[in-house]
Design a protein around this ligand. Structure first.
Ligand SMILES: [Zn+2]
Ligand SMILES: [Zn+2]
Length: 97
């Protein structure tokens, strides 16, 4: 794909995206310098979709998408689209009494 660069609409605002666009991790409090390439994207398409916000996050704040989904997810989106009936040993909250 090379040094892809373009613009997308996200939350009604046009933003520059691509490997050559420097930005800061969008996790509040994180100052990690990253770029707006797919490697740092929450979701699989720039601008987000029904399962992801389209934000850009450093490796520390990106998680593998649920089974059957592509790309990575931020902490807020990681469980979106996952099958809630499926038991996951990695679930962060699992308290049943
Ligand atoms: Zn997200
Ligand atoms: Zn971060």
């Amino acid at each position: 794909m090379g040094n892809m660069h373009g613009t997308v609409y996200r939350n009604g605002r046009q933003i520059d995206v691509g490997y050559g666009v420097p930005t800061t991790c969008e996790q509040p409090g994180c100052t990690e310098q990253i770029d707006r390439g797919l490697a740092y994207l929450c979701g699989s398409v720039h601008g987000g979709d029904e399962y992801s916000c389209g934000g850009y996050f450093c490796g520390q704040h990106l998680y593998t998408a649920p089974e059957g989904h592509h790309g990575n997810r931020c902490v807020l989106c990681v469980d979106r689209g996952a099958d809630p009936t499926e038991y996951s040993p990695d679930a962060m909250v699992a308290t049943f009494n």
